[in-house]
Design a protein around this ligand. Structure first.
Ligand SMILES: Nc1nc2c(c(=O)[nH]1)N[C@@H](CN(C=O)c1ccc(C(=O)N[C@@H](CCC(=O)O)C(=O)O)cc1)CN2
Ligand SMILES: NCC(=O)N[C@@H]1O[C@H](COP(=O)([O-])[O-])[C@@H](O)[C@H]1O
Length: 189
């Protein structure tokens, strides 16, 4: 049984879909929800699924506190789902090819520092792109440059706003992220 930790900084709708997906699974279980924001709604969602929550600061993460918590919880995979801080290299090294992130665009477009949440959808709208989508990738030391595991696209209409684009992207995330996680953890076992 693989043990997953989810890192999130905000609402946690993806985290909820992942907890739902694995709640009666024999393949994996969500062992921890961790956030750098004590008031993040993702921590409320964790309570609904009886998943332990953990909050930490950037300094504590960089000091190794988060790594020690993940080790104490015997975590096998780290899932970034709307986590907004850069993961330090020592933490990445502790989970070689076992840390994944979801990005709300078709990388390499619209990635990197400053590209998160609504900022991504605003950029897609401003560019007048005919499509957008999601990218699920392994995490390396730079933002959004890890090996791409999965991508899915959705059309963008001229009448779409950043908000309606976000809705389309969230629908793709909720549809695919849990299944992609299940497929990659199976390959590793
Ligand atoms: N080492 C890595 N850490 C993280 C990655 C990664 O690929 N490698 N992915 C991000 C998630 N992400 C995009 O998918 C992302 C998140 C946040 C930012 C960003 O610019 N953050 C701001 C700080 C925002 C805040 O403090 O609220 C910044 O660094 O100035 C870019 C991309 C998670 N970590
Ligand atoms: N670059 C990172 C980034 O922008 N991540 C995005 O944050 C949102 C979190 O939503 P959620 O909290 O409802 O799951 C998701 O759309 C995710 O792709």
């Amino acid at each position: 049984m693989k043990r997953l930790a989810i890192l999130a900084s905000g609402s946690g709708s993806n985290a909820e879909k992942i907890m739902e997906h694995f709640q009666n699974s024999e393949k994996a279980t969500v062992g921890l929800i961790a956030s750098n924001k004590p008031d993040a709604f993702v921590l409320e969602r964790a309570k609904k699924f009886d998943v332990p929550g953990f909050t930490f600061t950037r300094k504590e993460m960089e000091a190794g506190d988060l790594l020690r918590k993940l080790q104490a919880k015997q975590i096998d995979w780290v899932i970034l789902a709307g986590f907004l801080l850069k993961i330090p290299e020592d933490l990445i090294r502790a989970f070689p090819d076992r840390m994944v992130n979801i990005h709300p665009a078709l990388l390499p477009n619209y990635g990197g520092k400053g590209m998160y949440g609504m900022k991504v959808h605003e950029a897609v709208k401003a560019a007048g792109d005919a499509q957008t989508g999601i990218t699920i990738h392994l995490v390396n030391e730079n933002y959004d440059e890890g090996k791409i595991i999965f991508q899915a696209a959705t059309p963008v209409s001229p009448g779409d706003s950043p908000e309606t684009i976000a809705e389309k992207v969230h629908a793709l995330e909720h549809r695919y992220f849990p299944e992609v996680i299940e497929s990659i953890i199976k390959k590793e076992s």
